[in-house]
Design a protein around this ligand. Structure first.
Ligand SMILES: [Zn+2]
Ligand SMILES: [Zn+2]
Length: 398
């Protein structure tokens, strides 16, 4: 059966169009353009009454929500966190690991696999397109709010086990760690988006990582090197850092946490100006405090000693430093709209098509275009998520 979405402001890859319709056939977008002359009698018409029809959001860096962290490692926790993000317009999600013991990471992978296999989840879930293996391979001096005990250098023995799961689609490792080169090579064999994060790498270390397939850097400006931090580690002459390397290489992409607390408006705009919407992703980096009251929460697995305080707007660690965000991608979209003059379609691109492209799923997801899955978010004129569609079916209304 066909469903036809009409009377909306349709957010396309490069423009927003008011006078077009979107036809969905068997869950796939079969037409984007003028109203077809012949409308089948049994077609379902959905009027959007002037609201925005946006592609569903794709979150490539996200730790949890609604009280659950993916590292809790149970099907229950995975479902709870995933559903919370669906409510905020995320239709494709990459559950993200923190630092943690090998058993904890293995449990998380197992729970994600079991969640994907579940035929009838208790409530609608976004598509889980893979896992982001983020922790534990951080530089010792850039662990941030993650559990320090859970950090280590990569070894083939440990990482092969994770990659064998077939779930890892995004793989992070600090470029200066012993074993990083092997990690990147294995990640490349598994077609991952390879990223360097929580790192104090120099330009030369980044260049070596680039040779091995590294093409992305996690949360720009957060837990990453700058010229002064590289000088503190390696002395003079001063050397380039991750920052300069990303800005100098068009092939490199990165991501920003646009909650209004991590980065000021000029940095949000600067990142877009330098990298363009095609190489910059919005990520939530959201933790379990999403949609939860302010308070003290465990970071990563509940049994670990790392924790933070959520004030309802951002998380802060024991030292008062920022400890990831407590809001989802819809909120990041609104913050970008509020704090910058970046066109809405480019803001939406950074939350949908660009992360889909970087993770190799853009043939089927990430934009409203012919042949792609009909995963939509209906946004009000204030860019609040009103409803969410997966494969053209309404799965929730806020
Ligand atoms: Zn981080
Ligand atoms: Zn994170």
């Amino acid at each position: 059966m066909k469903t036809i979405f009409i009377e909306g402001n349709v957010i396309l890859e490069d423009s927003i169009e008011a006078d077009i319709c979107v036809v969905v056939d068997e869950g796939i977008i079969s037409h984007v353009g003028r109203m077809p002359k012949k409308i089948p009698k049994d077609a379902k018409i959905v009027s959007l009454s002037g609201k925005y029809l946006s592609p569903g959001f794709v979150d490539i860096h996200v730790h949890g929500g609604a009280g659950a962290d993916f590292m809790d490692g149970t099907v229950d926790a995975i479902q709870t966190a995933c559903h919370a993000h669906l409510r905020h317009g995320v239709t494709t999600i990459f559950p993200t690991t923190t630092t943690g013991q090998p058993t904890q990471i293995a449990a998380m992978l197992k729970a994600v696999k079991a969640t994907i296999r579940k035929k009838k989840p208790p409530y609608p879930l976004p598509r889980i397109a893979g896992v982001h293996l983020y922790g534990p391979y951080f530089a010792p001096d850039k662990v941030g709010c993650h559990s320090k005990e859970g950090r280590r250098d990569p070894t083939k023995k440990e990482t092969n086990g994770y990659f064998k799961s077939g779930l890892i689609r995004i793989a992070t490792c600090a470029a200066e760690l012993p074993g990083a080169a092997d990690f990147y090579k294995t990640a490349k064999q598994h077609n991952c988006l390879i990223t360097c994060g929580h790192s104090n790498a120099s330009w030369n270390e980044m260049a070596a990582a680039f040779e091995n397939g590294m093409r992305h850097v996690d949360h720009f400006w957060c837990a990453m090197s700058s010229v002064p931090t590289v000088r503190a580690r390696l002395g003079v002459p001063m050397q380039g850092s991750m920052t300069e390397f990303v800005l100098a290489h068009p092939e490199m992409s990165t991501e920003i946490i646009a909650d209004g607390w991590h980065l000021s408006r000029e940095l949000l705009r600067f990142a877009w100006q330098m990298k363009s919407a095609k190489r910059l992703c919005l990520v939530s980096d959201c933790n379990r405090a999403l949609d939860m009251p302010p308070g003290r929460y465990p970071f990563g697995n509940e049994q670990d000693e790392a924790w933070y305080i959520s004030d309802g707007e951002v998380g802060r660690g024991a030292d008062g430093g920022l400890a990831s965000s407590v809001v989802a991608l819809d909120s990041m979209v609104r913050t970008m709209k509020r704090l910058t003059d970046i066109p809405l379609q480019e803001i939406i691109r950074m939350a949908s098509l660009t992360p889909a492209e970087r993770t190799g799923i853009s043939d089927s997801f990430g934009s409203i275009a012919f042949g792609k899955a009909a995963d939509f978010v209906v946004l009000t004129n204030q860019w609040q998520v009103e409803s969410v569609y997966l494969s053209g079916n309404l799965v929730l209304t806020n």
